[in-house]
Ligand binder design. Structure first.
Ligand code: COA
Length: 303
């Protein structure tokens, strides 16, 4: 029987800045916690951290939303109501008048999705819905099982590809502000080139520049230290169906192999069936897992 002397503390900026490395698990790296947008709670038993909740503020459909990015309780302390208490405390902090909703997503089979969904249900959250699909493979598996990958040493658009870190500030500003029919914003599920800010994965994130115009990109992040999260993938309409997307993907995977990052992860939103179809097709020979991502929501203010 574990001795229990629980102490819940908000993960505010000062606490985080001073004690982050003592309190948080090693996989929650310092740079993953953004002081400007993130918040959470930790729970200690005597001086040892035994659980935490960590979330981030962002806009979703123009609504100020708080995402729960991680809720975790050490194995020895589970099923004692601690996860539920962390979520309750975090919710109580989230009731600013302009914050509209809380969203929590869990990956089937990879996380304790049943337990997490039960915790949310007990706290009055909405019904779980499938929000996305999560695909995983490894670089080794990809190059071993996708027969055309090695053959196409020279891809059609290779000369136009450039590392995203070389994007100029003028180009960045233009992308940020662009609107209209050919804009990346004019899509059912916009693939924002700003999705990772400046924290994109530098080896594998690429742009396509033709005659001075940025016409496509594949911008990736890190998902833990050893996994590239294949993120924003976009080709302007006049350039579609001509092999540009595949060139971007292959070049990014090749660079991932050179950078010796072993794993790959993709998320296809349910609201974007085209992306799901593309991943089902391209990744079919090499996929190691494909899991549903459940999303639960708590509406804080309707108006
Ligand atoms: C999810 C997690 C934080 C829950 O923490 P906890 O302190 O055990 O939560 P609580 O004690 O408040 O509630 C656990 C609930 O899950 C239920 N549960 C536990 N294991 C379960 C399982 N395998 N299947 C279904 N339900 C389960 C418990 O019965 C309880 O529900 P109840 O109160 O209605 O009976 C914990 O399981 C965990 O850290 N998992 C690993 C990290 C993770 O996957 N987090 C979710 C994604 S970020």
């Amino acid at each position: 029987m574990v001795r229990i002397n629980l102490n819940y503390k908000p993960l505010d900026e000062a606490l985080f800045a001073r004690y982050a490395s003592n309190y948080l698990p090693p996989d929650l790296l310092d740079e993953q916690f953004e002081l400007k947008t993130d918040s959470g709670w930790i729970v200690t038993n005597d001086s040892k951290t035994i659980g935490f909740i960590w979330g981030r503020d962002a806009l979703r459909d123009d609504k100020k939303t708080r995402y729960v990015l991680r809720l975790e309780v050490n194995k020895a302390y589970r099923n004692l109501g601690i996860g539920s208490e962390l979520l309750k405390k975090y919710e109580a902090d989230s009731t600013d008048s302009d914050r509209k909703q809380l969203v929590f997503s869990v990956i089937e089979n990879e996380e304790s999705h049943d337990a997490a969904l039960k915790v949310a249900k007990r706290n009055g959250w909405g019904k779980p819905e499938i929000g996305a699909y999560c695909y995983r493979t490894t670089i080794e598996k990809f190059f071993e099982s996708v027969p055309w990958a090695e053959k196409h040493r020279e891809y059609r658009y290779q000369q136009y590809l450039f590392p995203w870190k070389e994007l100029t500030s003028a180009e960045r500003n233009q992308l940020k502000d662009e609107e209209g029919p050919d804009s990346w914003r004019d899509e059912p599920d916009p693939a924002s080139p700003l999705v990772f800010g400046r924290d994109f994965e530098p080896n594998t994130s690429l742009g396509v520049r033709i005659d001075g115009e940025i016409v496509g990109w594949m911008i990736n992040g890190l998902y833990g230290a050893d996994t590239v999260l294949y993120g924003s993938y976009f080709v302007r309409r006049p350039y579609r169906n001509a092999g540009m997307a595949i060139s971007l993907l292959l070049e990014a995977l090749k660079r991932q192999r050179e950078a010796e990052i072993p794993n790959c992860i993709w998320f296809a939103q349910k609201s974007n069936p085209e992306a799901k179809r593309l991943y089902d097709k391209i990744l079919a020979p090499c996929i190691l897992s494909r899991n549903r991502v459940y999303s639960v929501k708590k509406v804080l203010h309707d108006s």
